[in-house]
Design a protein around this ligand. Structure first.
Ligand code: FE2
Ligand code: FE2
Length: 171
C-alpha cells in the first residue's frame, strides 16, 4: 500500500525498518501500537498543524528499536539513529524534516514537552495510547491543547482507524 495522499511509502519504509528492528512486533509496544499512534497523530494534526508525513514516519520508527517492553529509555535515541541511517532520500523527506523526525524519536523517551507542532503531536499521539497499558493519560504530560483535552477522555480507539492498521501482519 502506498500513502499517496501522505507522500510516505509505508510499505517500503516498514520493510527497511524491519531489517533492523529489535522490538517485539506483537507486544504492547509493537506494530498495532504504531498503527494507533499514526491514527491518533493524524487525527490531532487536523488542529495542531503537524506534518502528517512525519507523524506516519514517527509512528513507524519510534518504538522499533525497543530491546524490551519494560524499562528501555534509550530506545528513543536508537530509533532516531535508525531514521538517520535510513536517510532522508529513502524516506522521501528533506534534510530539515529528517531533523524533526530525529528529534521526535530521540526525545520521546527523554523529554516531556515540545514547542514544535509536529514533535508535540507525535508525543501526544504516543501518550494517547497509554490506556493499552492500563495507564490513564495525564493532561499535564501533553504538549498540545487538543491532546490535553483528549487525555481527559482516554484514547481515540472509538474513532476509525487509518491505513496503517491494514498493514498489521499476523505475528
Ligand atoms: Fe517509546
Ligand atoms: Fe510508543
Amino acid at each position: 500500500m502506498y500513502h499517496a495522499a501522505m507522500g510516505v511509502d509505508v510499505n517500503g519504509v516498514l520493510a527497511r525498518i524491519l531489517q533492523e528492528a529489535t522490538a517485539n512486533l506483537g507486544s504492547i509496544h509493537g506494530i498495532e501500537h504504531w498503527a494507533r499512534v499514526e491514527r491518533n497523530g493524524l487525527w490531532l494534526a487536523r488542529r495542531t498543524g503537524a506534518d502528517g508525513r512525519l507523524i506516519t514516519l514517527f509512528a513507524l520508527f519510534h518504538d522499533a528499536m525497543r530491546e524490551n517492553d519494560a524499562h528501555d529509555p534509550d530506545h528513543g535515541p536508537r530509533a532516531a539513529e535508525l531514521a538517520a541511517r535510513v536517510g532522508h532520500e529513502a524516506l522521501g523527506i528533506s534534510v530539515e524534516d529528517l531533523d524533526v523526525l530525529y528529534r521526535a524519536c530521540w526525545g520521546h523517551t527523554r523529554e516531556l514537552h515540545s514547542e514544535d507542532p509536529t514533535i508535540a503531536t507525535c508525543w501526544d499521539a504516543d501518550r494517547l495510547d497509554l490506556p493499552r497499558a492500563g495507564i490513564t493519560p495525564k493532561p499535564r504530560f501533553f504538549s498540545t491543547p487538543l491532546g490535553r483535552e483528549l487525555a481527559r477522555f482516554g484514547d481515540l480507539s472509538p474513532l476509525e482507524s487509518l491505513a496503517l492498521r491494514s498493514l498489521v501482519p499476523p505475528v
